[in-house]
Ligand binder design. Structure first.
Ligand code: SF4
Length: 231
């Protein structure tokens, strides 16, 4: 499929699905128009709702996990559980440098001095490389997560990565997510309902207080709010 055809396809889907189609309707559009090997699901392993929903229509789909070397043990445990319990293929995306190698070349705890560079090397570059092999990627971005995400579309052309980006959970609330996981026995990171509504690398994630923005615990105290993946 040419880039022009992919862009047209994304625009048609955005028109057809509108602003608030259900996650299942959005995923169905992808399943009807693309084969499973053209599709990837990005997953931070905060929960497995998105991989579970996509696997219902596209069993065996690739689930991309950014294995930064800085994750909570609970997150790695969720990754293992997702691979064991869902009909998906978890793909660990690792940075070029191990944490030890990065410490040696850039100094210890780069995340505290230059989180943008740390995220670039450990998240953005590995994801960009991995996405080159796909036509469509799913993300779990929701409009309720932060003021920067309120305009998240269901389907869009992702100029940065040159592929179609699909956000089936854009309309969901945090409670919708937890309720779905509970009702359908979908794996959830134990931290999610214990003060961490948004979970990233351990050194850059703190719990949030009641009423705080769900992503307030990410890079707390710094101007940074996104890792550079969802631009
Ligand atoms: Fe580094 Fe923090 Fe970004 Fe993880 S979230 S890659 S530790 S700066």
């Amino acid at each position: 499929m040419t880039e022009t055809a992919m862009k047209d396809s994304a625009e048609q889907a955005a028109d057809a699905l509108g602003w608030d189609a259900s996650a299942q309707e959005t995923i169905a559009w992808v399943a009807e128009n693309f084969s499973t090997d053209q599709v990837a699901v990005a997953c931070s392993m905060a929960d497995a709702v998105l991989p579970a929903l996509v696997a219902d229509r596209m069993p065996g789909v690739d689930v991309l996990f950014l294995d930064t070397g800085y994750h909570f043990g609970e997150t790695l445990g969720t990754r293992d559980l997702v691979q064991e319990s869902l009909d998906v293929n978890v793909v660990d995306l690792t940075p070029e440098l191990t944490v030890a190698e990065q410490d040696e070349q850039y100094g210890k705890d780069l995340f505290a001095r230059d989180p943008a560079e740390c995220c670039r090397m450990r998240k953005v570059v590995p994801l960009n490389k991995a996405l080159e092999g796909y036509t469509v990627w799913f993300t779990g971005v929701r409009r309720d997560e932060s003021p920067t995400r309120t305009e998240t579309p269901l389907v869009t052309w992702d100029e940065t990565h040159g592929l179609i980006k699909v956000n089936p959970l854009a309309t969901w609330s945090f409670d919708d997510l937890v309720d779905y996981a509970t009702d359908h026995r979908v794996p959830v990171n134990m931290l999610l309902t214990n003060g961490y509504p948004s979970i990233g690398c351990e050194p850059c994630t703190r719990p949030v207080a009641e009423g705080e923005d769900p992503r307030a615990g990410r890079w707390a105290g710094l101007a940074k709010t996104e890792c550079g993946i969802h631009l």
